[in-house]
Design a protein around this ligand. Structure first.
Ligand code: FE2
Length: 228
């Protein structure tokens, strides 16, 4: 059985129990830790784009793609116990490559990208899998001494389960990640669950980050929200 093989391999290699990045999270590990909740922030869309899909880099009718590095984020949505959730709605929203949100409340003077979709959604398949094509978001200032690291906001909703709102970060942004006040509120043992490593995929010709999302039955895994 695949599960046992993976566990055996992890045991043999001594990787079981070691903190792993999101892309390395073994689905059959003995943890299957619940993904920590993080604040929704002020930039969830007030209005949704006409083009509603899981490719944020191309807007229907536009001849130009979005600016910035095109990346793929993919993973599985699972329930506590590592069972896949079919038909979960996964939404993402984020800043464009300049660090600007397409939102009335964003006072950042960085330029908007008219060819970036800013929000998208997908639905998980039988195996709980989802994927997005997007651009790596830029960082942006919150206060004079606080620059948010590049991150992608996620909202996952599935029938009969509490919705999960969280944010995904990038392992290459160590310095900003370490100083971030939102990521800083995630319990230390869960931080690596929301940090992905982008790895170049030769066939896709882009870097890919894995992010598995584990939903609990309740909101007991909440992190106290902070207003940002
Ligand atoms: Fe944000």
């Amino acid at each position: 059985m695949v599960i046992n093989t993976r566990r055996t391999l992890l045991k043999k290699t001594g990787l079981l129990g070691i903190g792993l990045l999101a892309h390395q999270l073994p689905l059959a590990s003995n943890q299957c830790l619940l993904t920590p909740q993080q604040t929704e922030g002020p930039f969830y869309p007030l209005q949704f784009p006409q083009d509603q899909n899981n490719d944020l880099t191309l807007i229907e009718g536009h001849s130009q793609p979005a600016k910035g590095e095109m990346i793929m984020i993919k993973g599985r949505v699972l329930i506590d116990g590592c069972q896949p959730i079919k038909g979960a709605k996964v939404e993402i929203w984020q800043a464009c490559t300049s660090g600007r949100y397409n939102h009335d409340y964003d006072g950042n003077p960085a330029p908007l990208d008219p060819n970036f979709q800013y929000w998208g959604y997908g639905t998980t398949d039988d195996d709980g899998q989802y994927s997005f094509i997007t651009v790596k978001p830029g960082s942006y200032p919150v206060t004079r001494d606080w620059q948010r690291p590049p991150h992608i906001h996620f909202k996952v909703t599935a029938p009969t389960l509490s919705p999960l709102i969280t944010q995904l970060y990038f392992s290459e942004e160590t310095e900003l990640n370490q100083k971030d006040r939102i990521l800083g509120r995630v319990p230390p043992q869960k931080k690596e669950l929301v940090i992905t490593q982008l790895i170049f995929d030769n066939s896709l010709k882009k870097r890919v980050g894995q992010f598995n999302i584990i939903l609990g039955q309740s909101l007991a895994n909440n992190v106290t929200p902070e207003i940002v």
